[in-house]
Design a protein around this ligand. Sequence first.
Ligand code: NIG
Ligand code: FE
Length: 408
Amino acid sequence: MNRPLLIGPFTQLLPMRNLPLKGALKDEQLTIIQNGGILVSEGKILKIGVFNELKSDDVDIHHIEGNHVCLPGFVDSHTHICFGGTRARDYAYRNAGKTYLEIAKAGGGIWDTVTQTRKASQQELVEGIISRSQKHLKNGITTIEVKSGYGLSMDEELKMLRAIQQANETTNATLVPTCLAAHMKPKDWNQNEDYLDVIINELFPIIKAENLANRVDAFVEESAFSPEEIKPYFQKAKEMGFDITVHADQFTTGGSQVAVDFDAVSADHLEASTEKEIQLLAKSNTIATALPGASIGLGCAYTPARKILDAGGSLSIASDHNPGSAPMGDLLTQASILGTFEKLSNTEILSGITFRAAAALRLADRGKLEAGSQADFMVFPTENYQEITYHQGQLKPSQVWKKGTPIH
Ligand code: NIG
Ligand code: FE
């Protein structure tokens, strides 16, 4: 075994531990270790504490010069970074006041990306995922969920999931794949069998056999699948042992009820959620995920994050990075802006992109800096953690570590 490595000292070390998974959080609850250090071995954290107290003859030291704030690597619990093409035209049309229907008629919308993604080879998709992951890594995001959902046929969904698996072998980030075969009804489906029946009976078993994903997602919305239509899909996914996550309440309600009924790990979007859905989610084990990048990209309302937290719910904040509704893809910028509109404390924002986001992916080994956790962390060149959200994503990490190794 190699000698343990002590990294530090950090002006402020924020381990994000001893914070509850659910409910509102005040900054007074945040643990800040002054002049902190992280002791790492074999990619995992051995100990967190005051740098000088962790020093000994038995450890190697990686010195951090100057003022720095250290945080766990961020987790982006909802993205669509596997895609081909662009939807810049949709964006311009939307801003020019064109309606959803007009944009769809002009050849835009999710189906446009399906067409462009089908044209891309698996290798081209891999390259796209890697380049977007590298950008995320530079911004301190060390774990990234990635959905399929722009294939919408057996072969094309498999191509996407295999591309995500292949990219995961190359990039330093951890990619967490999710099957979103129920993103919308494929416009070109002309087989006798029902699309979802084929997905359930033929695609799910291959995903299991090739270990391509252990999470299944669907877009529950008037323009995609109704709560009734999607039940057999989630029922089968659950029986097969997949975790469930739902695109819920984006424009109309109904999705969060489905999420809670299926004990989903997360219900994401929720821009249209009312008091009823907020209470429902708060009383459940389902983590609410806000996607401010989609609100910014579409010019729509934000997820009622403040109300969700005050009702006792858990809140993850994710980028939803996709070519249509959320083209920006900068998680920290978006989370910081959500904070200004929804009046979130720094602790609520940072929890939403660390341990609460990790919980939305059922990953217990990250999002916090504590003994046994994966040694994923980053340092920001500042002496005060409040500067991080204050600069709304413009203050970038100067170093990012993944599994105990500096990668940026
Ligand atoms: O999460 N809402 C559905 N799906 C994506 C948008 C996908 C697209 O527009 O290409 C979302 O926002
Ligand atoms: Fe999405």
